[in-house]
Unconditional design. Structure first.
Length: 211
């Protein structure tokens, strides 16, 4: 039984071991700094978003070009609804009402810079220089679990998306269209200096969900 418990414990913490131990067991090399990076992305997404936006995001990407593109997209959705033959008039009216209420977010969610919300999200998480990496990971897991459990009793929860995603998508739960910062920063994706038609063509590759 003791061997089994040791095995279960080790399997759960294998990624936190020195790469010498990992290589002995699996034959694979492992670099702890990459796992540290992944843990930071997992447990502190809003803080990582802040760093990314401050260092890499160009506010000029949020230009009238993007809003004009959205206007054309809105008109296309509206035409599809109005010209459809499989919806009755009441359903069309409700679909158009939903379209009227749809929000557009370009780049990032402003709340990642809301100090009050950041303190509410991360204020209870405490680390000390004396902790080992394994202890820090356990603390992060415990804190993260408690935080998400507390959301069950809350109302008015806000949506969130990762600013580092190279993506554009529609979130039907909140009726919001996201054009994410990393998408705008990637040359292979949207370049606001291109013609609007080309930008729309590039956006069409980002897996927009239907209304």
């Amino acid at each position: 039984m003791s061997d089994y418990l040791e095995m279960v414990t080790m399997l759960d913490q294998i990624n936190n071991l020195d790469q010498r131990f990992v290589a002995t067991v699996s034959g694979d090399s492992f670099y702890l700094k990459y796992d540290c990076k992944n843990k930071a992305l997992e447990y502190f997404p809003q803080l990582i978003d802040q760093l990314y936006v401050n260092r890499f995001y160009d506010e000029e990407a949020k230009t009238e070009t993007i809003k004009t593109m959205y206007k054309y997209m809105d008109e296309a959705f509206r035409d599809i609804i109005e010209e459809s033959t499989w919806m009755d008039e009441d359903t069309k009216d409700k679909a158009l009402e939903k379209l009227d209420q749809m929000e557009l977010f370009v780049g990032y969610i402003p709340s990642i810079f809301d100090k009050k919300k950041i303190i509410e999200r991360y204020g209870k998480f405490k680390l000390t220089p004396q902790m080992s990496f394994v202890e820090m990971v356990w603390k992060a897991r415990e804190w993260d679990t408690d935080y998400y459990a507390s959301l069950n009793s809350r109302t008015g929860r806000e949506y969130y998306w990762n600013t580092l995603d190279v993506n554009t998508y529609y979130h039907w739960d909140y009726n919001v269209l996201f054009i994410v910062a990393a998408f705008l920063q990637t040359p292979a994706r949207v370049n606001v200096m291109m013609e609007i038609l080309l930008n729309l063509q590039k956006l069409s590759t980002a897996h927009l969900a239907p209304l």
